[in-house]
Design a protein around this ligand. Structure first.
Ligand SMILES: C[S@@+](CC[C@H](N)C(=O)[O-])C[C@H]1O[C@@H](n2cnc3c(N)ncnc32)[C@H](O)[C@@H]1O
Length: 363
């Protein structure tokens, strides 16, 4: 278990910057989310928590060795402003790990499938044996990959034990902090997948050096990220539009947190710097709602509207209140304004994103 080797290490780069004093609660897990229903009007603050159900944590991979004492730490969580956050590396990640947050991650997975025409990756991998999904979240991509490549072993790592227990036999999860030295063997993975680790990594150059080191010669690394700053190409988003305030605020909070949100536009250069070759960057757009006349874009936009409407509380509450020092009521007003803007179809705004993949040279 990765936790056995990494608990004593310190993360590289800047630390979280969050000073959390609230008590950490005892273990309470809930069921893996059901398939999301597209309810466009449900306010995020009406989420109902289901703490009564059983753990979704793959206990077999953690309990039963010298990590017993770590296990309780890992299974703990912190409640903050009504949302549940991870306890291992307390404060390191901006997002909650409760049921509503898991549902939002699974919405995004659906949107990536729509965006990439149902492909799980764009890198030209063939007959992979070892696949790593860094910061796997609910593990939904790793599980799908294990089904698609039955001869591969798919490993998903995360700070939060929120992955389901029942997964394909060739898929497993580890609790690990990716900002520490990676404990996997060198030249090991045929494919390393990174998705939405924006705001999570204090030193992307170190991160890509580690990814490079642990990729097999000839193997591929793919990173999928998007901007947090909405833009429009047709003048429908004037200079005073709230979307500008929104984007600037997220960027500023990331900078204060010491983990930036701009990796989507830096990934290609950073991968080149780490030594990857044959790098390809594919751009995509996520409309803020269903304003587009294009059928595919309209569908993605409708999902994005739902994801943002229900998800922004989880995306921003900790950053605004703990990093920015905003009062809860100021933060809620900011979030409410964003939800209002998301309902306007006059503004043809979207979030640009990139899929970047590159190969480790054979020699
Ligand atoms: C926005 S979610 C993306 C999840 C997943 N990659 C996906 O696309 O569905 C970011 C994930 O990264 C994890 N994470 C953040 N910081 C991490 C770290 N230092 N080490 C490992 N995982 C981390 C979080 O717990 C969260 O599950």
């Amino acid at each position: 278990m990765a936790t056995t080797t990494s608990m004593g290490q310190q993360p590289r780069g800047q630390d979280s910057g969050i000073d959390l004093h609230a008590p950490i609660d005892s273990p309470q897990d809930s069921q893996h989310p059901a398939e999301p229903a597209a309810q466009e009007e449900q306010p995020a603050d009406e989420h109902v928590y289901d703490f009564a159900s059983d753990s979704g944590f793959d206990s077999g991979s953690l309990v039963g060795d010298e990590t017993d004492t770590l296990a309780s730490n890992i299974l703990n969580h912190r409640i903050e402003n009504g949302r549940q956050y991870h306890a291992y590396r307390d404060g390191a990640y901006w997002g909650p790990n409760d049921e509503p947050a898991k549902e939002i991650l699974d919405f995004a997975h659906h949107m990536y499938l729509l965006t990439l025409d149902q492909k799980l990756h764009l890198a030209p991998i063939h007959n992979p044996q070892q696949i790593l999904d860094v910061g796997t979240g609910t593990g939904i991509w790793a599980i799908d990959m294990a089904d698609q490549y039955p001869s591969a072993v798919v490993t998903g790592t995360d700070l939060s034990p929120i992955q389901p227990e029942w997964v394909p036999p060739n898929c497993h999860f580890e609790i690990d902090d990716v900002t520490l030295d990676w404990t996997f063997p060198d030249d090991h993975f045929d494919f390393i997948h990174i998705r939405e680790l924006f705001g999570c990594i204090p030193d992307w150059d170190f991160f890509f050096q580690e990814a490079y080191k642990h990729t097999k010669p000839g193997g591929w690394v793919e990173i999928v990220e998007h901007s947090v700053q909405p833009i429009a190409d047709d003048g429908t988003m004037g200079p005073d539009h709230f979307y500008h305030t929104w984007g600037k605020t997220v960027i500023e909070m990331g900078d204060r947190f010491g983990k930036s949100f701009t990796i989507w536009e830096e990934a290609k250069l950073r991968m080149e710097k780490a030594g990857f070759v044959d790098i390809v960057e594919v751009e995509y757009k996520w409309p803020m709602n269903g304003w587009s006349q294009d059928k595919k874009m309209k569908n993605i936009g409708r999902w994005n509207q739902l994801r943002l409407h229900d998800g922004i509380e989880g995306f921003m509450l900790r950053l605004l209140t703990q990093v920015g020092g905003w009062s809860l009521s100021r933060a809620q007003v900011h979030l409410a304004q964003m939800r209002k803007e998301l309902k306007s179809y006059r503004t043809h705004a979207y979030l640009p994103g990139t899929v970047v993949y590159g190969r480790k040279p054979l020699r």
